[in-house]
Ligand binder design. Structure first.
Ligand SMILES: [Zn+2]
Length: 405
């Protein structure tokens, strides 16, 4: 049974993270408020807590303007771009070969069509970075257009719920850029060769962020690690992505306030899943190099608590005893079912280190990813707090079970 008190507490934590704290984008004040809040609560339940820092950027923007002889086009500022104020002829590329063949060094480049159909992976994002992205980024940096305009299409499979989506979102890429809708791109393309004026107001400010790591249990050499990412994209309250995951960890910390077992329990608010260079993930990997073998199970919670459908878990490379324990303990909860595997989450950190992993999300993850994620729609109204509390209780039971066996 999930107590009303626990569900109520889930709702209170959720509103604190999504409404009182204004945005949890890495490097921002809200992000720092989020990690401070998390660290304070887990410490109050007797967890040994540390908040190792990393360098990042706080990025601010004041809009952009694109005009041709007084005619205005609607553009959006690419996240993390540098500012510019330039006037240069427009040149267009729709496929890589076109980009390769064209002379663009003193021009403003419009990318549209095939070449702009998926967001380019940031230069220093190492987890997934396909060669055709690297090739486009390399071409852009060596050919040095003065600025880039990307007209991007509606592409829920690859870009999620956001339209238009920024083709470039990279604080390590120094060519100023904006993005626009496909329709606006079509209108702009009629002006190829003409002189256009582009003004971007934006600023990169050096900042700091941190992971929060909380530990309990006598044996640090045999531990279960629980991840939830605490950061959110700019422009979204990030309720299911991933305030609810953080709320699960906060409730779990309270449920384990009197825990005195030998199994090590490490609760981690990872800071960077939605930030271009994944700094929290990189830091965790660095600090745990050579120590992943101590982890008997890695758990990642992301996207839980969606008001429609059930909670879904999936197992990755789990030995039979661990898989059996998870299935046994979770089957006690009506609202939790075994679902489809997914690979885009932070449980990838465990998998790349060959550790068994458990991922917990919502059964309707596809719906969240294609309609809600990274938009203002991802707010506490689409969350059922009872489901969030249920995950915390199920995890507590699992951890106690693993400690006893
Ligand atoms: Zn996200």
């Amino acid at each position: 049974m999930i107590s009303d008190l626990l569900s109520e507490k889930a709702g209170t934590y959720l509103r604190r993270l999504c409404e009182k704290i204004p945005g949890r984008c890495v490097g921002s004040k809200g992000n720092r408020a989020g990690t401070d809040f998390f660290a304070g609560i887990v410490a109050s339940f007797g967890f040994e807590t540390e908040s190792p820092e990393f360098d990042c950027i706080e990025w601010t923007q004041g809009g952009a303007r694109l005009t041709i002889d007084g005619e205005t086009f609607e553009v959006f500022v690419s996240p993390y771009t540098l500012a510019c104020h330039i006037s240069a002829p427009l040149v267009i590329a729709s496929i890589v070969e076109e980009l390769e063949a064209s002379e663009i060094s003193n021009k403003i480049l419009l990318l549209r069509g095939d070449i702009a159909k998926e967001q380019l992976m940031p230069k220093n994002f190492t987890f997934y970075n396909p060669d055709h992205h690297k090739r486009i980024v390399h071409l852009l940096e060596s050919k040095k257009p003065q600025a880039i305009i990307a007209a991007t299409s509606r592409n829920p499979e690859l870009a999620g719920a956001v339209y238009p989506f920024p083709l470039i979102e990279d604080g390590d890429f120094d060519i100023p850029s904006v993005y626009m809708t496909e329709e606006e791109g079509k209108r702009l393309a009629e002006h190829s060769g003409r002189k256009i004026l582009l003004d971007i107001k934006a600023k990169r400010i050096p900042s700091k962020g941190c992971n929060v790591i909380a530990r309990k249990g006598a044996d640090p050499n045999r531990r279960v690690v629980l991840f939830a990412h605490i950061d959110a994209k700019d422009g979204t309250p990030g309720a299911t992505d991933n305030a609810t995951g953080i709320v699960v960890l906060l409730l779990l910390a309270e449920l384990l306030a009197n825990y005195s077992g030998s199994l090590g329990i490490e609760i981690v608010a990872l800071n960077g899943e939605d930030y271009y260079s994944a700094p929290g993930e990189m830091q965790y990997l660095g600090n745990n190099a050579g120590k992943f073998s101590e982890i008997i199970l890695g758990i990642n919670i992301d996207g839980v608590g969606y008001h429609q459908g059930k909670t879904a878990y999936s197992l990755y490379d789990c030995p039979p005893d661990i898989a059996g324990a998870v299935r046994e303990m979770f089957s006690l909860h009506k609202g939790i079912v075994e679902g489809e595997p997914w690979y885009q989450g932070d449980h990838g950190l465990f998998l790349m280190n060959k550790r068994p992993a458990l991922a917990i999300t919502s059964e309707r993850l596809t719906e969240i990813l294609t309609e809600i994620v990274h938009t203002p729609k991802d707010n506490p109204e689409i969350v059922d707090s009872t489901k969030v509390a249920e995950v915390a209780v199920a995890l507590r039971d699992l951890l106690l079970h693993l400690d006893n066996t």
